[in-house]
Design a protein around this ligand. Structure first.
Ligand SMILES: Cc1cc2nc3c(=O)[nH]c(=O)nc-3n(C[C@H](O)[C@H](O)[C@H](O)COP(=O)(O)OP(=O)(O)OC[C@H]3O[C@@H](n4cnc5c(N)ncnc54)[C@H](O)[C@@H]3O)c2cc1C
Length: 508
């Protein structure tokens, strides 16, 4: 869409300064939006790199591997649209499923005649239908529904990584709420070539120079004598940054562990939200073999003892060799493997040897472990739906005193936490909330709206709905500006929701 490629568009002037804490996808997207809207922006990042839980491993195999986010969940999301806008080539993430049950590797087809297998699959597929008032663990719910003990390892494999924690820690009602709010679409995709970080670098190029690396935020003082007073942010090396608004995007464990001292202290309900929403340990172990011994079409293997899932990483033509498997592990198993350091790999080989008749050890070449639990500024996988936690996401997301704005995947209360697109949505929300708190000169208002609408349009139609609050006069003003810039009447109508006749009236 030509309209908002943008450089020549009027930018609103705004003297407010936004400091964003954390340069993961949330922080980068929020900074990008803020910069386009004319704010002064600075991003403070604790580690020595940006991207957060998006991190590539480029030199391990004949294709880049994602150590963090890997799947694109659905084709109706802000992340999908960004990748499309960037013309990234996507492939569908499918392939044959294998199940390790009773010491045998079986396909779905092999298992379908087994009533207990059908019961387990049916249970997983219908979690979203739970309508009970009580929230309790998925473990108990599975017992209530008669899932046989023999199928519990398969059940754990099927759901634990999706929700980010063991069956005993996730709540059925919270899961159902999450699943019911999901609107991103059901198909999963993968990037065919390159890695996410490259794309992010290109799309967010205008704000990369606003990132200050190695700045671990330790204190945020938002005590205000009057509404004009600045927020003071202090980092590990005693550097002080001043801001009018702060967007906090750090992972949940950073807040749980009290790494950042707030003055005044956070309200009790916010602290309760931080305590209640969960985030558990997680890691990926990438395994390279000299030979592919798991078959041509294998997409994913369920039922491992040490890792919930193993998948063929180069699936769909990413790799010419296809000799890499990724193990994704969460919860107690991840904590155990974390305690084993490099030895963790041997447990993966044990699992795979049992499945493939000792072939894993025989053909093993090398491994790469990313232990997100041990990453000092992340400390886990992604937030999970603990029993009775869902209402707390809204509380976690609420801004404080019109000054501190909470974003990041865990604050997503519209069904998309634990994902990249969900994280981006919270970055957008925070900027939208900030716009409600700053004074905008009347003459700048339409410029703001043009920019805002353009950004929305650039990445997702879903967010156009947010423009509905714009009053008629502002939409007419935007239409007039677009006409002056010779945009087609149809295009103006589409973006402003104005009737063609009304637009034509402007010139007369
Ligand atoms: C193994 C794994 C697999 C995943 N798979 C998928 C997937 O397939 N699809 C999907 O959509 N999502 C997936 N996710 C989830 C997705 O990666 C996250 O939801 C998303 O990247 C989170 O972005 P964020 O900006 O909210 O947080 P983060 O990316 O964690 O960014 C927060 C930033 O804050 C910084 N920070 C922390 N403390 C401080 C401090 N005191 N001062 C300054 N900075 C600080 C951190 O260093 C970090 O850079 C996966 C995640 C993991 C770990």
């Amino acid at each position: 869409m030509a309209f908002f490629e943008g450089a020549e568009l009027p930018r609103p002037q705004n003297s407010a300064k936004i400091v964003i804490i954390g340069a993961g996808i949330t922080g980068l997207y929020a900074a990008y939006l803020a910069e386009r809207l004319g704010f002064e922006v600075e991003i403070l990042e604790a580690s020595d790199r940006y991207g957060g839980r998006i991190l590539p491993l480029n030199d391990f195999a004949d294709f880049p591997i994602e150590l963090g986010a890997e799947e694109i969940h659905g084709d109706n999301s802000i992340w999908f649209q960004l990748l499309e806008h960037h013309k990234a080539e996507l492939i569908k993430d499918d392939g044959e499923e294998l199940y390790f049950l009773d010491n045998q590797l079986l396909t779905r087809k092999d298992l379908m005649p087994d009533e207990d297998f059908r019961l387990t699959l049916n249970f997983v597929e219908n979690l979203w239908k739970y309508e009970g008032k009580e929230d309790f663990s998925l473990f108990e719910y599975a017992q209530q529904k008669g899932i046989p003990k023999r199928y519990f390892p398969i059940l754990e494999s099927l759901v634990e990584n999706t929700y980010g924690a063991p069956l005993r820690k996730i709540g059925i009602k919270s899961i159902a709420e999450f699943d019911n709010n999901w609107s991103a679409g059901e198909r999963n995709f993968l990037l065919k070539k390159g890695n996410y970080l490259e794309i992010i670098e290109e799309v967010f190029a205008p704000i990369l120079d606003k990132i200050r690396l190695n700045q671990i935020v330790q204190k945020i003082n938002y005590q205000s004598d009057n509404s004009e007073s600045k927020i003071k942010i202090t980092t590990n090396n005693k550097t002080e940054f001043l801001a009018d608004k702060v967007i906090l995007t750090v992972p949940l464990p950073i807040l749980k562990d009290g790494d950042i001292a707030f003055s005044p202290v956070l309200p009790p309900e916010k602290l309760e939200a931080i305590r209640t929403i969960g985030m558990d340990a997680g890691m990926k172990i990438i395994l390279k073999f000299k030979k592919r011994f798991w078959g041509e079409d294998t997409g994913i293997i369920y039922g491992g003892r040490f890792a919930q899932q193993y998948w063929m990483t180069g699936y769909g033509g990413k790799s010419a060799e296809n000799q890499v498997l990724t193990a994704l592990i969460c919860g107690e198993r991840a904590k155990f493997l974390s305690s084993q350091d490099a030895e963790a790999t041997s447990f993966m080989l044990k699992d795979l040897d049992a499945m493939f008749d000792q072939k894993a050890s025989q053909h093993f070449e090398k491994a790469h472990i990313i232990d997100w639990y041990k990453e000092p500024h992340i400390r886990g996988l992604y937030s999970y739906p603990a029993p009775n936690s869902e209402q707390f996401r809204t509380i976690l997301a609420q801004p404080i005193a019109g000054k501190i704005f909470f974003a990041g995947e865990a604050t997503n209360d519209f069904g998309h936490f634990a994902t990249v697109h969900g994280a981006m949505e919270t970055g957008y929300r925070a900027i939208d909330e900030i716009l409600d708190t700053v004074e905008i000169h009347q003459e700048d208002k339409s410029n703001f709206e043009i920019q805002k609408m353009g950004l929305q349009n650039k990445f997702t139609a879903e967010f156009q709905a947010l423009s509905n609050w714009m009053n008629y006069e502002i939409r007419m003003e935007i239409a007039e500006k677009m006409l002056q810039k010779n945009y087609a009447v149809d295009e103006i109508s589409e973006l402003t929701s104005l009737d063609l006749r009304e637009i034509k009236k402007i010139n007369n």
